[in-house]
Write a protein that binds this ligand. Sequence first.
Ligand code: X2X
Length: 339
Amino acid sequence: MLRRTFLAVTAACMLVAGGSAMAQSYRTEYRLSTVLGTAFPWGQAGERWAALVKEKTQGRINIKLYPGTSLVGGDQTREFTAIRQGVIDLAIGSTINWSPQVKQLNLFALPFLMPDYKAIDALTQGEVGKQLFGILEKQDVIPLAWGENGFREMSNSKRPVTSPSEMKGLKFRVVGSPLFNETFSAAGANPTQMSWADAQPALASGAVDGQENPLSVFVAAKLSGVGQKYLTLWHYVADPLIFVVNKEVWASWSPADREAVRQAALQAGSENIALARKGIAGSDNAVLKQIEAAGVTVTTLTTEQRDAFVKATRPVYEKWSKTIGADLVKKAETAIAKR
Ligand code: X2X
């Protein structure tokens, strides 16, 4: 009698818990990977997603944040493979870091494709975004929402830069895809690829002169403190973030919990985009003021100066359009023109 009551209670609990027997296979913890930690909008997005999931699933899904891409020893270009293999259960990843495995994601890194925030939105919130999500899903990674790292501006420790000729001899740390090496070479500089973990000591020791990252990262990582005294605003590329779940993990959750995780990602994603643009976008330049107050010389390119960089990097754009897929690039250009 006691045993039967116990079984009945257990079954009722499981129904309440997951809506199916699947609840049995839930793990006590799921691992969420990000590159940047909670001092940055990116890491805060991870924290927020985890909190919203916990709330919306009444604690059935418990997510732990692993910043610093620590689940792959800091090698952010291996993150996507690790998600596919189940070493990582969930991630909020930059399109740049997953580009070596998903060549279409190089789209956002085509130099000067996206002139402004509306252009980013035209891609991520439109047909292009849907197509890219379809490509990820075919690779067994379930995409749920877009977030944002931001427009990437360049800084260096040597001099103000307004033209490709002033890039000569400057050693830049670049990320991820070989596309970045080619863009910086075409722009006149001397690029070298390394992870974010290695970038900071390399900047501090002077092993490299410069880097490129969004202003929100520049400020939170205190790059002015490692000699980055010259900043050029050229808005050459922007990297969106993508919220994803490993396919098997996704399948192990009840439909109701999957929906909760998706809604949590959408909410955390839109909050993340707002935060990534705060103090940077439109007339709100509080972040730039903060950077200038730290003694950094900020250079804004004139249209002519920017055009010289566009022209210098155009062959890279053309070459990589073929790798990404001419149709997808055309679709993106059309969406941007219509924004
Ligand atoms: O490594 C970088 O520069 C960073 C943190 O922006 C990315 O992960 C793309």
